[in-house]
Design a protein around this ligand. Structure first.
Ligand code: ADP
Ligand code: MG
Length: 280
């Protein structure tokens, strides 16, 4: 099993869209995928139709109970389609920071929950909130790898060093296998000079940063940019992944192509229980 946290402390850069649609693409390709929603806004859960229904009589436990109530992951998963499980979020999770303040080992609750999980999954993806608080720390402590979605504009790299420092600190103190594995360009305006320039800047930034033994010495810039595509923005309101909502769209094409790169990246460690495939 390979676990990947999708992290950027900025909002609106494509974290949730990537977490949902990459999970869906991997599931469609025959991998068993678990998507953990760690954002109190629950956008990934809502996107896939497993979001919190207001006033529900007997609601399923969420990642809030997982982190604060000792509820195992196996009781939180909800199936979405054949190969995809979602651990949904709830606005209550916003209080986790405060509620966990005095708890010993609060940064590693998710790590322990994943270790005790009984499901046999190929990939676990974690959609993180736009902050570097206790929720993101739990994700960083739990996963093998980080994917960083970036929106290529001229401030894309601004604030990145704080994120990289955090990743490195977690690697040294809590999770020695953690590394920043990939950068995904999202909301990409193909054909613009800006997109090309920022792509060059990002590549140069990580090349420079890769000197020395850090958590990002082996990062790759994924070749596939996720183009700006209105279908990707529409899909959440239909509670569908892009592959259900608009399988012929540029958005579906891009996430399927990105999934191919991800599958290739992990070919040595993750074997598919392959069945049908949406990947061309
Ligand atoms: P984050 O999780 O980082 O805050 P989101 O994935 O929620 O970012 O994306 C922010 C907004 O942009 C959402 O409304 C989403 O639907 C939209 N969006 C994300 N990626 C694309 C894209 N490639 N093309 C068009 N809209 C997108
Ligand atoms: Mg989000």
């Amino acid at each position: 099993m390979r676990s990947i946290a999708i992290i950027n402390q900025k909002g609106g850069v494509g974290k949730t869209t990537s977490a949902v649609n990459l999970s869906a693409a991997l599931a469609e390709a025959g991998y068993r995928v678990g998507l953990i929603d760690l954002d109190p806004q629950a956008h990934a859960s809502l996107h896939l139709g497993v979001g919190p229904a207001p006033g529900e009589a007997d609601p399923k436990p969420t990642t809030y109970q997982l982190l604060t109530g000792d509820v195992p992951l196996d009781e939180v998963w909800q199936p979405v389609g054949e190969n995809l499980l979602v651990a949904s979020s709830h606005i209550d999770l916003a209080a986790a920071e405060v509620e966990l303040a005095g708890v010993v080992g609060r940064e590693v609750i998710l790590r322990d929950a994943l270790a005790e999980m009984k499901q046999d999954l190929d990939f676990v993806l974690i959609d993180c909130p736009p902050s570097l608080g206790i929720l993101t720390l739990n994700a960083l402590s739990a996963v093998d790898d980080v994917f960083l979605p970036l929106q290529p504009h001229y401030l894309a790299l601004h604030g990145l060093s704080k994120l990289l420092q955090t990743i490195d600190l977690v690697r040294r103190r809590l999770n020695d296998r953690l590394k920043l594995a990939g950068v995904v360009r999202c909301l990409y305006e193909s054909g613009t000079r800006l997109a090309a320039e920022v792509s060059d800047d990002v590549a140069a930034f990580f090349q420079e940063a890769a000197t020395g033994n850090t958590a990002w010495s082996d990062v790759r810039l994924f070749e596939t940019p996720i183009r700006r595509n209105i279908r990707l923005a529409e899909a959440p309101s239909h509670e569908q992944s892009i592959f259900q909502y608009a399988p012929q769209s540029a958005g579906a094409e891009d996430y399927a192509q990105l999934a191919k790169e991800v599958i290739a990246l992990y070919a040595d460690v993750v074997n598919p229980s392959a069945k049908s495939s949406i990947l061309p």
